[in-house]
Design a protein around this ligand. Sequence first.
Ligand code: ADE
Ligand code: ZN
Length: 337
Amino acid sequence: MREDEQRRSELAALPKLELHLHHEGAAPPAFIRQLAHEKRIDLHRIFDERGNYVYDDFVHFLSVYEAATEVLKSPEDFARLTTAVLEQSASHGVIYSETFLSPDFCGGSDVGAWREYLHAMQEAADKAERDWGITLRGVITCIRHFGPEKAKRAALCAAETAGDWIVGFGIAGDENMGKPKDFAWSFDMAREAGLKLTAHAGEWGGPQSVREALDDLRVARIGHGVRAIEDLELVDRLAEEGIVLEVCPGSNVQLGVYPDLRRHPIEMLRERGVKVTVSTDDPPFFHTTMSKEYEDLHRAFGWDEEIFGSIAAIALDAAFCDATTKENLRKKLETAA
Ligand code: ADE
Ligand code: ZN
């Protein structure tokens, strides 16, 4: 086997934990096309001639993403999606995944409907765990550009179903719309229900957006957060307070936050003591997988097994799941080491 092939298969085999994955955003395009075909929904505008998702920029990406969700209409569809996503993730060495679930796409944030969607996804996840050894937990996510009132409905769904499986609450969507504090009510409700918190910030917004997420929403983790690098005082605060960044390097490069991986700040943040983790965000949209992220980081920054091991340990510590689940995952990591 050639040296680079050997390296690639070693990196693919490393056990990985992924903390930042949008459930619908992980849908393989062939899966969405198949559902569109079954339901006679015309979605050709969101695919290119090779069948990949196509979009021009971040805002267009969000609208293509939402168009793809039009074919996901029932709990059964979300069960099938869960199986498709977990099969993909497990094939790249992922042993634990936290996926962002939005009740807005699952019965319009009605609590009764949401329970049915959730039940269907959990059943599919249980089977995937038996078949492929991958553990899934859910982080309910409100969508910033849908506004604070819809976020409250998502938070109510989150509070009603908080437990061993729904372990967190967060916010995604267009960071240029509204302010974190507009969503404080929803985050307070989720916190009171015992959920752990994360928020997208510092992807499109600058350092101030990260500060606001920390101060106004009191989150333990930041989705992306990479633009904190523009303010070293903030970087030091992240390091001191042990705030974990869910970094998605491939997503940032594909969406044009950084021109290429060498100019991405993940290594600078890590060297300055910030707890960084690695995720794919919306893998087929960004032509990535967890194995590809690892390969690219190895190539750009020389990350080796030891660094990837420490990244997995940080992700395990920062995971929102319970202590027993963490202990089982810890054993899997140890066995693989
Ligand atoms: N929803 C799906 N992917 C996202 C991203 N990268 N940023 C914000 N919202 C998202
Ligand atoms: Zn994201």
